[in-house]
Ligand binder design. Structure first.
Ligand SMILES: Cc1cc2nc3c(=O)[nH]c(=O)nc-3n(C[C@H](O)[C@H](O)[C@H](O)COP(=O)(O)OP(=O)(O)OC[C@H]3O[C@@H](n4cnc5c(N)ncnc54)[C@H](O)[C@@H]3O)c2cc1C
Length: 402
């Protein structure tokens, strides 16, 4: 008898799983996909480019609803799953439907965190996570001149760039002493800040937002110390939180993420989790490459093949036109590691490579990221760099010549 498989979440991880499963074992399951968003899975990574006006909505689309129907996949959209029963092997959706399963995949992703300050419920205060958020910003643009983005991480800076490109005067308010502190060291972050200033994006570091000001609609933000920054639009990009409520209520082990083993299986047999909602070996990844790697492993297992997931090496690139920034691995370097640095602030170029026991373990590139894939491949291969250690910082061309 065909097994029933339910996938909760039609986002980037959930769709990749379906793509792989349709390829590997198209007949093996009777599949139902339930997605809370009203449209089929789209390329969330391109939301930044959509906001900036660099792409249009159609560029984000993957498969139309007919693709799912054509493969016998039932797609139920715009309706979240509200409960999972691991014992009764069924899920319940917000419109009251009960769906039985033999195997279940949680691919619910994350939610954008909202800072716990007054004024977050005012009109023109938004987060940056889905198509609805971008549509909300689009609708407000004609009535906005100034925006404040709370958060100077990757998403905050991409939101700031998008809004600046649409003609707004933008200030980024960041709590920490440097931008993108989870990906960049001090010199790289300073170079990035300079590049943003050249694009009229102001940055306030070491600045805590204490409230959003306004009566019905946002009029500005107040910083600790009393200073106020006027704004007609406030975007909060202060981090994400894995969506685990369904799993927790179903008695599935969670700890700031749905805990999964090397088979992507949760504490309940036959129930799996992938993507941003999953926590594997102590890590929740907030990036799409690990979500895809997890989806590929799980698809193979669901297809009856042997596969294990051992974690992912993460790499981040900022998608701001003309501001090339790349970071991967252990970019800060520990005591026992070596660093090779090339710094030319005048030319806007900075490269730092971190090596440990003769192998490349981390890289930060600013200004010229053409060699990012080369360094990433070296990190993934764990190949000793040998004699070329010092030349490595000059990039692939010089290393190959050497
Ligand atoms: C603006 C932006 C830019 C980004 N840029 C990059 C980048 O450059 N590089 C990179 O690697 N990553 C980037 N990311 C992150 C990347 O998009 C995510 O890592 C990726 O989407 C994770 O996939 P996922 O399937 O786990 O989660 P999602 O894609 O968020 O999908 C989860 C889906 O599950 C749905 N869902 C949640 N709860 C329920 C429920 N109860 N019932 C039914 N459905 C539910 C959600 O509505 C959502 O549609 C970016 C993200 C954003 C927002």
């Amino acid at each position: 008898m065909t097994e029933r498989l339910i996938v909760i979440g039609n986002g980037m991880a959930g769709l990749r799983l379906l793509d792989e499963l349709c390829r590997l074992a198209p007949e093996r399951y009777e599949v139902t996909v339930v997605g809370a968003e009203p449209v089929p899975a789209y390329n969330r990574v391109l939301l930044s480019a959509l906001l900036a006006g660099d792409v249009n909505g159609a560029d984000l689309e993957y498969h139309p609803a007919a693709w799912y129907a054509g493969r016998g996949l039932r797609l139920k959209l715009g309706v979240p799953v509200t409960a999972v029963s691991a014992r009764a092997r069924q899920v319940i959706t917000a419109d009251g439907e009960t769906l039985p399963f033999d195997r279940l995949v949680l691919a619910t992703g994350s939610e954008a965190l909202r800072p716990p300050i007054d004024g977050m419920d005012l009109e023109a205060v938004l987060t940056f996570r889905d198509l609805g958020d971008v549509a909300g910003m689009e609708a407000l643009l004609p009535s906005c001149r100034r925006a404040v983005v709370i958060g100077g991480g990757l998403l905050g800076l991409e939101a700031a760039y998008g809004l600046a490109k649409r003609g707004l005067s933008v200030t980024v308010v960041h709590l920490m002493d440097r931008l993108m502190e989870r990906q960049l060291d001090g010199p790289a972050a300073r170079l990035l800040q300079r590049s943003l200033a050249a694009r009229d994006i102001a940055v306030r570091l070491n600045a805590r937002t204490t409230r959003v000001l306004g009566r019905a609609r946002a009029e500005g933000v107040r910083l600790e110390g009393g200073e106020t920054l006027p704004a007609d639009l406030v975007v909060a990009a202060v981090g994400i939180r894995p969506l685990t409520a369904l799993a927790e209520a179903a008695g599935i082990a969670c700890d700031r993420g749905v805990l999964v083993d090397d088979h992507l299986e949760t504490s309940k047999p036959g129930i799996y989790a992938i993507g941003e909602c999953a926590r594997h070996a102590g890590t929740c990844y907030g990036l799409v490459a690990p979500a895809y790697e997890q989806a590929a492993v799980l698809a193979r297992r669901l297809a009856g093949q042997a596969a294990v997931y051992r974690g992912s090496l993460v790499a981040t690139s900022l998608k701001v036109s003309g501001v090339d920034v790349f970071s991967a691995g252990d970019f800060l370097g520990e005591a026992a590691s070596d660093e090779v640095v090339l710094s030319d602030p005048g030319a806007g170029v900075y490269r730092k490579l971190v090596l440990r026991e003769g192998r490349l373990t981390g890289a930060v590139l600013c200004g010229d990221t053409a060699d990012s894939e080369f360094y990433l491949d070296l990190m993934r291969s764990r190949q000793p760099v040998g004699q070329v250690k010092t030349d490595l910082v000059f990039g692939r061309a010089l290393v190959e010549a050497a």
